[in-house]
Ligand binder design. Structure first.
Ligand code: FAD
Length: 416
C-alpha cells in the first residue's frame, strides 16, 4: 500500500494550488483526478486577486506562458445603462489585471506545472471511498481500467469541486438559500468584438434582474457566451439542442448583433442548481477547499478566486498541522474563507434584488464608491479597510435606497 503525506482530491485550480504549495514545503503530495486532462470546465473569467495565490503557489509563470486573454476590468449593461469598472482604478492595493481563460487549457497548464514540481498527478483516478482518523487517512480509488487501488496519507485536501467527494461521503452538504438557477452556454466566433465591446467581460442584465448574459472573450477570437436565469427558463432554452439559447444570443437587442452570424464552437451545454454550501469545512484528517466548500453564483466570477484562495490557505494550515503546530481550523481557516464568501453573498443578493444594479447604473455614481466596489469585483473581499467589504451586509440596500430617493426627487422636480 502506498503511503504519502497529503492526498489532494481533484486537479482543478484549488487542487493544483494546494498541491504545489505543499510540494514547495517538502511534502510527498499525490493528486487523484477523476478526468483525463485537458477537460472542459465552466468558470472562465478570473479576478485579479487570484494572481497572488497563483504566484505564491509558484504557478503564475506557467500560466503567463499561455498568453491568455488579458482582463483589465468588467462592464455591466442594462438596456441603455452601462457601467464599466477598471481594476487599475480601485481602492485596495493589488493586481490591476488578470486573464480570461478556456478552463481546459488553464487547468491543464496548472496541473502540468504542478506535476513538473514533483507532485504525483494521477489522471482518470476517481476517489470512491474515504476513511479518516486523527493521523491516518485511507482512500480508495478506481483507475481508467476499472482497477481499484488504495492509498494512505497523513492528511487529505478535498478539492473535488462539483464532485464534492467528502461533503457527499461524510454528509456535509447544506442547501443554498439562493433560489435554484441554471446556466446555458457555448463558445462563439466573435468577429464583431472590438467594434462593439472590447476584450473584457460584459454582463448584460435583463428580465427585471431575473436573468443575465455573460460574454467572456478569449485570446483566440472566440467568446464564451452564457445565459443565467431561473431553472425553468434555462430548461426551456436548452430544449431541442439549445435552439432557444441560440436564437436568444443571435437576436437579443442589447448585444447589437454581435453574435448574429456567429458559429457555435460546440453544442450548448447547461448546468442547473449549482449553488450549495457545507455544514463544516474541515474534520479529523481533512479539509475542504474550492467548490467543495460553498458555491454561490457565477455573477461576479468569484469561483476560481475562491478556489485558489482556499486551496492556498488549506495548504498552509495543512503544513502547520503536519509540522506539529496546533491549528485552530475554525478561526484560522473556516472563518476566513466564510468571511470572503459572505461578502460575495451580499453582492449576489444585491444583484438579483436590484440594489447593486441601482447603485452602479445611477447616472452620478460617486468615484470613491466606484473604486471601493471595484475592489470587491477584483476579489479583494478580505480588505476590512474597504467599507464595501466591512459593511457588506447593510451598505448595498442602504445606498440603493438613497439612490432611489434621489432619483424620485429629481423626477418630481423635473415633473416627469
Ligand atoms: P473544479 O474546477 O471543479 O475541479 C475539481 C476537479 O475534481 C475536477 O477536475 C474533477 O474532475 C475532480 N473530481 C471530482 N470528483 C472527483 C473524484 N471522485 N475523484 C477524483 N477527482 C474528482 N468561476 C470564475 O472564477 N469565473 C467565472 O466566470 C465563473 N463562471 C461560472 C459559470 C457557471 C455557470 C458556474 C456554474 C460556475 C462558474 N464559476 C466561475 C465557478 C467555477 O466553475 C468554480 O468555482 C471553479 O471551477 C472551482 O474550482 P475547483 O478547483 O474548486 O473545482
Amino acid at each position: 500500500m502506498q503511503i504519502v503525506d497529503v492526498v489532494v482530491i481533484g486537479a482543478g485550480p484549488a487542487g493544483s494550488v494546494a498541491a504545489s504549495y505543499l510540494k514547495k514545503q517538502g511534502y510527498h503530495v499525490t493528486i487523484l483526478e477523476k478526468e483525463k486532462f485537458p477537460r472542459f470546465q465552466i468558470g472562465e473569467s478570473l479576478l485579479p486577486c487570484c494572481m497572488e495565490h497563483l504566484d505564491e503557489a509558484g504557478l503564475l509563470d506557467a500560466v503567463r506562458e499561455r498568453h491568455f486573454q488579458k482582463k483589465t476590468g468588467a462592464a455591466f449593461v442594462k438596456g441603455d445603462k452601462h457601467c464599466e469598472f477598471f481594476f487599475s482604478d480601485q481602492f485596495t492595493e493589488g493586481w490591476t489585471w488578470t486573464w480570461q481563460v478556456k478552463r481546459a487549457d488553464f487547468d491543464n497548464t496548472l496541473a502540468e506545472a504542478t506535476k513538473a514540481k514533483g507532485v504525483d498527478v494521477n489522471f482518470e483516478c476517481e476517489v470512491t471511498r474515504v476513511t479518516c482518523s486523527a493521523d491516518q487517512q485511507h482512500l480508495e480509488y478506481v483507475d481508467q481500467d476499472g482497477q481499484s487501488h488504495s492509498i494512505t496519507s497523513r492528511f487529505i485536501i478535498d478539492s473535488s469541486g462539483y464532485g464534492r467527494v467528502l461533503p457527499r461521503l461524510f454528509d456535509l452538504s447544506k442547501p443554498s438559500a439562493f433560489s435554484p438557477r441554471g446556466a446555458i452556454f457555448s463558445h462563439l466566433e466573435d468577429s464583431n468584438r472590438t467594434e462593439i465591446a472590447g476584450s473584457n467581460i460584459f454582463v448584460h442584465s435583463f428580465d427585471n434582474n431575473r436573468s443575465w448574459i455573460w460574454a467572456i472573450p478569449f485570446s483566440d477570437g472566440s467568446t464564451s457566451v452564457g445565459i443565467v436565469s431561473d431553472k425553468e427558463k434555462i430548461m426551456e432554452l436548452a430544449e431541442e439542442g439549445g435552439a432557444g439559447y441560440k436564437d436568444f444570443i443571435r437576436n437579443f437587442e442589447d448585444l447589437h448583433g454581435r453574435f448574429r452570424q456567429s458559429e457555435f464552437r460546440f453544442e450548448p451545454r447547461h448546468i442547473l442548481g449549482y449553488s450549495i454550501g457545507v455544514t463544516k469545512m474541515f474534520g479529523e484528517g481533512f479539509v475542504l477547499s474550492g467548490n467543495s466548500t460553498e458555491f454561490l453564483d457565477p455573477i461576479f466570477s468569484s469561483g476560481v478566486t475562491f478556489a485558489t484562495a482556499s486551496g492556498l490557505l488549506s495548504a498552509k494550515m495543512t503544513h502547520k498541522h503536519l509540522s506539529g503546530q496546533p491549528v485552530d481550523w475554525t478561526r484560522e481557516y473556516e472563518e476566513v474563507i466564510q468571511r470572503g464568501i459572505d461578502v460575495f453573498r451580499s453582492y449576489v443578493t444585491g444583484w438579483y434584488s436590484g440594489d447593486f444594479q441601482t447603485i452602479i447604473f445611477a447616472d452620478d455614481i460617486n468615484k470613491d464608491i466606484k473604486k471601493q466596489i471595484c475592489s470587491v469585483l477584483a476579489g479583494y473581499v478580505w480588505d476590512q479597510s474597504n467599507p464595501f467589504v466591512k459593511k457588506h451586509n447593510t451598505i448595498l440596500p442602504t445606498l440603493a435606497k438613497v439612490v432611489r430617493m434621489n432619483q424620485r426627487t429629481l423626477a418630481a422636480e423635473s415633473g416627469s
